[in-house]
Design a protein around this ligand. Structure first.
Ligand code: TMP
Ligand code: ASP
Length: 245
């Protein structure tokens, strides 16, 4: 399919989104080299980061599609761009944790790296001015972030299905899936589906043997070798999941 780029609709932290001429139900998304953390308080450019995230997220979305998880993925159009279905985004970040790290480890003063008995699903309200606060189910309904408890339950069950699939995906690559963030939206025909991206920007990924961090915490915590570790994730995916690359 050949696509003609239309007007720019949105310039986000990690991606630029364009209309596609003659199509009302799809979008072109280009992955940026910009790296941000702490709600863009910390910003940097990393040559080749957009390409690595695009390649990694495309492989993952293809894999999730085969696991019957509805996603916005339509087609990869270059090493830095893909075409997706147009979604009306739900203003919630859905975080799944298998091992405690980051904000929830800090909040409850539990040592980072503590495994959880079962995966924890959390919602955060997407609002930059408020710094994306944690939000309960009842608060999410009050804020009309979701239309019903049934929709929130759908988000949780998709998030757990993604988690199960991705634990398998990354385990084959010798990587522990510590936690990750998902975003969902509603398609033009009213279906809730997975949008946004899944990449080392939006996951915590640790080497299974050494616990070395292979994700954006390298940037957040000034650990260095950010690009090298994103590249390491992509190299392992290419080797183990060649049918999705
Ligand atoms: P947290 O421990 O900071 O709450 O992050 C949980 C996971 O969500 C972690 O894998 C990083 C990811 N994440 C994002 O992708 N975007 C965000 O804005 C935040 C706060 C976290
Ligand atoms: N996603 C947020 C940002 O890009 C926060 C983070 O990932 O640390 O600024």
């Amino acid at each position: 399919m050949s696509w003609e780029k239309g007007e720019r609709i949105y310039d986000g932290k990690g991606k630029r989104v364009y209309a596609l001429k003659g199509h009302n139900d799809v979008l072109l998304q280009e992955f940026k080299n910009q790296l941000t953390a702490f709600n863009a308080v910390k910003v940097s450019e990393l040559d080749g980061k957009g390409e690595l995230n695009c390649l990694i997220t495309t492989a993952i979305f293809k894999f999730l599609g085969e696991k019957h998880i509805p996603t916005h993925f339509v087609e990869q159009t270059s090493t830095t761009s893909w075409v997706t279905k147009k979604l009306d985004m739900i203003p919630l970040e859905v975080v799944v944790r298998n091992i405690l790290a980051g904000s929830t480890a800090k909040k409850f003063a539990i040592e980072e790296g503590t495994p959880l008995e079962k995966p924890l699903v959390e919602f955060y309200y997407k609002k930059d001015e408020l710094n994306d606060p944690f939000i309960s189910d009842e608060q999410a309904l009050m804020m009309k972030a979701a239309q019903s408890q049934k929709d929130l339950d759908t988000l949780k069950s998709y998030a757990l299905a993604v988690n199960k699939a991705l634990i398998e995906f990354f385990h084959k690559c010798g990587i522990k899936l510590v936690d990750f963030k998902l975003e969902f939206g509603v398609s033009m025909d009213g279906q809730i589906m997975l949008g946004d991206e899944i990449s080392p920007d939006s996951c915590r990924l640790w080497d299974e043997i050494t616990n070395e961090k292979l994700d954006k915490d390298r940037f957040r915590r000034d650990l260095g070798q950010v690009k090298e570790k994103y590249q390491e994730v992509w190299t392992r995916i290419q080797k183990e999941w060649s049918s999705y690359v």
